[in-house]
Design a protein around this ligand. Sequence first.
Ligand SMILES: Nc1ncnc2c1ncn2[C@@H]1O[C@H](COP(=O)(O)OP(=O)(O)OP(=O)(O)O)[C@@H](O)[C@H]1O
Ligand SMILES: [Mg+2]
Length: 287
Amino acid sequence: MNNNINNYGHQKEHPHPLIVSFISGKGGVGKTAITFNLGYILASAGYRTLLVDCDWYFGNLHILANVVPKHNLGELIENPSLGKEVATAVSENLFLIASPSVGDSEINYQNKEYAVLLSGVNDIYSDFDFILLDTPSGLIDLITVAANSSDMSIIVLNSELTSISDAFGLFKHLTKINRKRAVHVLNNRVQNSGESDFIFQKFSLLADRFLSRVPLSAGYLPEDKKLTESIAQQKPFFEISANSAAWESFLQLRDLLFLRDSEGTKTKEIINERSINRSGILADIKE
Ligand SMILES: Nc1ncnc2c1ncn2[C@@H]1O[C@H](COP(=O)(O)OP(=O)(O)OP(=O)(O)O)[C@@H](O)[C@H]1O
Ligand SMILES: [Mg+2]
């Protein structure tokens, strides 16, 4: 793994930006913190990265990014000709489309319009390498549209039973409406990799038994008070933290985004491989 966040050797692989959505059943699990910091690492390595705050009523990505946006996602939906003007520059390669909750006018959520916009977002931002969608918990229509428009959907959960249960409900919902969809799971705020493996295996076992589907692992992020501190200071985690377990986990998450090619062929191989390994995963679970 390349530990240097500035000199990352990968060339642009995607003719269109890769769209990744961070979703959850339960709120407060870390979607916004992960979206922002992953975007920061990608941009630091030279990839043009767009963050989209899809948290319709309570967006706060602009607070983490420490910018005052002039425009927001709702305006782009109402007036697509605004195009790139809607994005606020955060740093050289990092841009943000703020939540519709930023600004004066109250824009109500419209499922159809939102779906139309997201289906065309990679055309408007075709010169970008990555588009990361931060979503709210609870608004299931919005989460579904975001997941449908993404190349990769990552359910974020923590170790609390309620979070696992809500993540399972969301996984069930997504696999029900699209059986071919690959859904990743990211365990946040774990104490160590063992805790993450345990939760992922339990989740996979239940999913296999009741839904005949298993999720893919997007790894884990350890509990790290520096992440909380970085948010309070409105700074990227990487600016206030030296090499740490959480730092490594973020880099592994970055690397996961490169495990695909332009046609998605490699992804399919990965999915098949994971499905084959599924019996191994399940065999490991004794109860
Ligand atoms: N790995 C971590 N270690 C320590 N604290 C964390 C970690 N991940 C998230 N947090 C804390 O959890 C808080 C909530 O995170 P965040 O706002 O990103 O969640 P969210 O899923 O976006 O919430 P919402 O559903 O309300 O949008 C953060 O302010 C941060 O302090
Ligand atoms: Mg959030």
